[in-house]
Design a protein around this ligand. Sequence first.
Ligand SMILES: C[S@@+](CC[C@H](N)C(=O)[O-])C[C@H]1O[C@@H](n2cnc3c(N)ncnc32)[C@H](O)[C@@H]1O
Length: 456
Amino acid sequence: MPDSSAAADKTPHNVSLAEQLAWASRMVQAVQAGRSLTEALGQTPSRLRPGVQALTFHALRHLGLTQAIVGRLSRRSPAPPVKALLQVAISLLWADPSSSESPRYAAHTLVDQAVTALKVLKQPVVVAGFVNACLRRCIRERQALNDWANEQTEARWNHPAWWVERVRSDHPDHWQAVLEADRVPAPMVLRVNARRQTRAAYSAQLAAMGIDACPVGDVGLELAHALPVEQLPGWQEGAVSVQDTAAQMAAPLLLDGASGVRRVLDACAAPGGKTAHLLERADLEVLAIDQDPARAQRIRDNLARLRLEATVMAADAGQPHSWWDGKPFDAILLDAPCTASGIVRRHPDVPWLRRPGDVEQLVQQQARLLNALWPLLRPGGRLLYATCSVFKAEGSEQILAFLATHADARTLPAPGHLLPGLAGQTDTREPADGIGDNATRGTDGFFYALLVKPAA
Ligand SMILES: C[S@@+](CC[C@H](N)C(=O)[O-])C[C@H]1O[C@@H](n2cnc3c(N)ncnc32)[C@H](O)[C@@H]1O
């Protein structure tokens, strides 16, 4: 789902702001009721989706603030649809006027359209006065409300308080930067399919179409502006994939410098981004498995578009007796299920959907997978453990616990915790293409540990 935060302007002319506000508030209400935004957006009429996604992303990036302000302005909690509508409208009143990324509307237009949106949402007429009064008060008292909200953790950082505390204690030197980065739209990054052409050749094609991009990593191109994949040259023919710079580090980490790698297991593979990258990089026999059959099908579809081949299975990686043929693997990629706390800038619903207890549950799941897969690695083989999380429990602490109980495991150099948006974490070693200015917007949050089983 490329981030269309700046896409509100691309909404068809016959769609009113009121209609978009109504749909965006349905999305916010769905997230507050515990539903994933991707799923909820799937039920939005397609003609409205880019604009509604942009408004919803913006609202979710301000959810802590607007939750506090709505609480302050209302004696009793409003009905969920009204509360969500107020939250969307207030987030827009707070849009940063200097940001080219955030949607902007005149205050009086917003108030008028929010009141009209109540009709779209079929709310009782009497609510209109309340919504009107709340929004006008926000406009009048914006500075005072902002100062008051800034004193409260969730409103100041727009993440649940437990999440702020965990990031603060895990990354005492960078926690503010991490939380701020979560609220900045992520860039769209492409991975050029090295089986089909060089990055230089593809970037020349982009330049000829007036699409600005700069090189990242070995085969990546960060676009200056997100655009629908169908508009990318050669998309259907498998010229490129969409994949963040941090995720593009997995294949080189696992393969570069390793010898005799042929049989590879990608243990949690869907939708197949890293499986495909492995196959683009070397001639391998890859077994790609994922527990979820529908997601396993997405691996097949992605590989087909990229003209790549692997064996794909729907299975529980933690129960090898149900799928393993007994032949050891030369290399294993375990891109484990995690909280996704490193990709909040792409999925702003994540912090509001997670509960503190989820972290421990996922840590146990990751440990189960690591323990089950380690015996499948041949002596001298490598296992790359990855999560798109910034929480140490799912990264460095997980690996320390594993090393403490596996005397036959050693570590090789790997990035460890990459923090979202932080400059200096992005690999721009190869500016030789002579395109763009290398002004990347940093990577997603990720963790990588590379384990090796010494040869007998
Ligand atoms: C982080 S995603 C993988 C992303 C993928 N490696 C890529 O680059 O496109 C984690 C995946 O693990 C899968 N998964 C979760 N538990 C699993 C298990 N026990 N066995 C196999 N797959 C599992 C999920 O369905 C999900 O698709």
